[in-house]
Ligand binder design. Structure first.
Ligand SMILES: Nc1ncnc2c1ncn2[C@@H]1O[C@H](COP(=O)(O)OP(=O)(O)OP(=O)(O)O)[C@@H](O)[C@H]1O
Length: 506
C-alpha cells in the first residue's frame, strides 16, 4: 500500500448550537485525489478549513499528516506543514504579471537577495513549462482567459511545495471547456505525487479525477468509497440518505396546464452564459428551472426579460407565437412579462420608500390624476389593497419597506409585479433567505397566480420549490438544458443526480 498522506478520524466541530462536524473521517494516500461531497451545509468547507488551520477542531480521535500528529494553530502553520488551499474564487492580482502573481508573498531569493524581474520571469516560466502550461510568465494576468488564470492560481499554490492541496470548488467559475483543462492539470499534479482533496458539487468531475470519494451528510462521514466500485446514483443516495422512490403521492397541484403556448424559446445562446436553450411555457403552467449555482439560471431569467448585458447571440424568444427582436425590459413589460429578481436587496426594493410606493413603481403611468400628477390617493389605495390581498404583515402600506421581514418584502415585490397584470411571470429564487412560514405562503400565492392563467417560470435551487410547486422541471448544467422531469419523475433524487452529473438520471 502507498504511504498515507493524511488520516482524519472522528473530527468534530460546533459553532454555537450548530454541529457542523459530528464525526468526519477519511484517509488520503500520497498522489491520490479524494472527492469530498455532500449537500449544502454537510460540513465540507468546515473540514477543509480545519485542515487549512483556519478553524481548530473541537476534538478528533486523530488527525495525522505523513504519520505525524497534525493540529495547525493557524493558516501559516498549515502552509509550513505543506497543506495549501486553492480557493474557489480566482484571487490573483489582475494588474500584475503572471510571474509576480505566482511568487507574490513567496518570493524566491538568490544568494544576493531578491531576484530581478528577469530572473523572476525565468523561474516562473520554468514552473509553467514544467507542468506544460502554455502561458508567457511576463504577461499581465488581466489578459488571460479564466482557465489559464485558474492554472496560474494552482501553479502559485505549487510554489509552496505542498504535500496536500485542498481545492474548494475549483471549477465552479469555469465553462465546460475550461473545466477540462483544469481537471487535466489536477490529474497531472496527483501523478507527480501531490495528494489532493477535491471539494465539488459536480459529481461528473469527481468521478473523472478522484480515486476515492468521501460523502458527508449532516456533518458525518456516511461512506468512504473507491471510485471504481460505486456510481453517481449510489453517491447521490448517500448524500440524501434515502432510496430512489417513485413519489406518486406528492401533493401536486393536479391542474393540467393548457396547451396554449405563451412563451417559446428556441436555440437561445448568450456567450459564456447560455447554450442552445429551447423550451415552451404554457398558459397556467408552473415551469421550474433548477441546477447547481452557476448553471446559468439567473442568466436565463435576465435574458428572458431582456436585461442589458444579456443579449442573445443566437436563438429566438417568441411571445404567443410572435418572435421578438431587440428585446428589452420595457418591451417585455408591455408584452406582459414580469421578472421578480433574485437579488431582492440590490435590484428589487427601494428600501426607504413605503410599501405603497414600491408597489406602484412599474405602473407609475397609471397612477397619475387628471392633471397628469402622481395621485397619492391612487398609490395609497393600491398599496392598501396589496397588503390585504397578499396578507403582508405590516401596520399599514405607509411604512418603509425596509422595516418588513424578508418574507413580507418578497410578498410586496410579488404584488408590485402583479399590478402590471403579467401573462408570464418569471420568479428568480422567490423563497431564498425567507423563513419557513413565509415560504409556504409565497408558494400558495404562486399557485394562485398560475391558476388564474399566468404562465409561471420559477428559477430555484431550493428543491421544495421545484418539487412541490412545479408541473415540469428543467435542469440546467453549465448553461445548457440537460434534463426535463414531470409527474412522478419530478423528484429530488433524480433532479439532484442530473444537476450534479450533467446527464439525465435513468
Ligand atoms: N463560521 C460559522 N459560524 C456558524 N455556523 C457555521 C460557520 N461555518 C459553517 N457553519 C455552519 O456549519 C454547517 C456546515 O457548513 P459548511 O460550510 O461546512 O458546509 P458545506 O458542506 O461546505 O456547504 P456548501 O456546499 O453550501 O458550501 C452549516 O450548517 C453552516 O451553516
Amino acid at each position: 500500500m502507498s504511504e498515507l498522506a493524511l488520516v482524519c478520524k472522528d473530527v468534530k466541530k460546533t459553532f454555537g448550537s450548530i454541529k457542523a462536524l459530528r464525526s468526519a473521517s477519511f484517509t488520503l494516500e500520497k498522489g491520490q485525489v479524494v472527492g469530498l461531497v455532500g449537500e449544502n451545509g454537510a460540513g465540507k468547507s468546515t473540514l477543509l478549513k480545519i485542515l487549512a488551520g483556519v478553524y481548530q477542531a473541537d476534538s478528533a480521535e486523530s488527525i495525522k499528516l505523513l504519520g505525524k500528529d497534525y493540529s495547525p494553530h493557524n493558516a501559516i502553520d498549515a502552509l509550513k506543514r505543506g497543506i495549501v488551499t486553492i480557493h474557489q474564487d480566482i484571487n490573483l492580482v489582475e494588474g500584475m504579471t503572471v510571474a509576480e502573481n505566482i511568487f507574490l508573498n513567496n518570493e524566491p531569493t538568490s544568494r544576493l537577495g531578491i531576484l530581478t524581474a528577469g530572473s523572476l520571469n525565468a523561474k516562473a516560466q520554468e514552473l509553467l513549462d514544467h507542468y506544460g502550461i502554455e502561458v508567457d510568465a511576463s504577461q499581465q494576468v488581466s489578459r488571460l482567459p479564466n482557465d489559464l488564470k485558474k492554472m496560474v492560481q494552482i501553479i502559485k499554490a505549487m510554489t509552496w511545495k505542498p504535500t496536500i492541496l485542498l481545492m474548494d470548488e475549483p471549477t465552479s467559475s469555469l465553462t465546460a471547456t475550461e473545466v477540462d483543462v483544469v481537471l487535466k492539470l489536477i490529474t497531472e499534479l496527483s501523478r507527480r505525487g501531490v495528494a489532493i482533496v477535491f471539494v465539488s458539487h459536480y459529481l461528473s468531475e469527481v468521478f473523472r479525477i478522484c480515486d476515492t470519494i468521501t460523502i458527508l451528510r449532516d456533518g458525518q462521514t456516511i461512506a468512504n468509497l473507491q471510485k471504481e466500485s460505486t456510481s453517481i446514483s449510489e453517491v447521490v443516495q448517500h448524500m440524501l440518505g434515502r432510496k430512489l422512490v417513485e413519489v406518486d403521492a406528492r401533493s401536486k397541484r393536479g391542474a393540467v396546464a393548457s396547451t396554449e403556448v405563451l412563451l417559446s424559446v428556441r436555440g437561445l445562446s448568450v456567450p459564456g452564459m447560455l447554450h442552445d436553450v429551447s423550451f415552451d411555457l404554457h398558459r397556467g403552467e408552473i415551469l421550474g428551472f433548477t441546477g447547481l449555482t452557476g448553471s446559468g439560471l439567473t442568466e436565463l431569467a435576465k435574458t428572458l426579460f431582456g436585461v442589458e448585458g444579456y443579449q442573445p447571440s443566437k436563438g429566438t424568444i417568441a411571445i404567443r407565437g410572435n418572435v421578438k427582436s431587440h428585446w428589452n425590459p420595457g418591451k417585455a413589460i408591455k408584452e406582459g412579462v414580469a421578472l421578480l429578481t433574485g437579488d431582492r436587496l440590490r435590484e428589487g426594493i427601494l428600501p426607504d420608500f413605503t410599501i405603497a410606493e414600491n408597489v406602484g413603481l412599474p405602473i407609475i403611468g397609471k397612477l397619475r390624476n387628471a392633471l397628469g400628477l402622481l395621485s397619492r390617493s391612487k398609490i395609497d389605495a393600491m398599496g392598501t389593497r396589496c397588503v390585504r390581498e397578499l396578507n403582508v404583515k405590516a401596520p399599514s402600506a405607509h411604512v418603509p419597506i425596509r422595516t418588513l421581514s424578508g418574507g413580507n418584502q418578497q410578498k410586496v415585490l410579488i404584488a408590485k409585479w402583479l399590478e402590471t397584470r403579467p401573462k408570464i411571470f418569471i420568479l428568480d429564487d422567490p423563497t431564498v433567505g425567507i423563513d419557513v412560514g413565509s415560504k409556504d405562503e409565497i408558494r400558495k400565492i404562486i399557485e394562485r397566480i398560475a391558476s388564474e392563467g399566468v404562465g409561471v417560470i420559477i428559477i430555484s435551487t431550493e428543491m421544495p420549490d421545484i418539487e412541490k410547486l412545479c408541473d415540469r422541471a428543467i435542469v440546467m448544467f453549465r448553461g445548457s438544458i440537460v434534463g426535463e422531469f414531470a409527474g412522478a419523475q419530478l423528484e429530488h433524487n433524480r433532479i439532484l443526480e442530473t444537476s450534479v452529473s450533467g446527464r439525465k438520471a435513468a
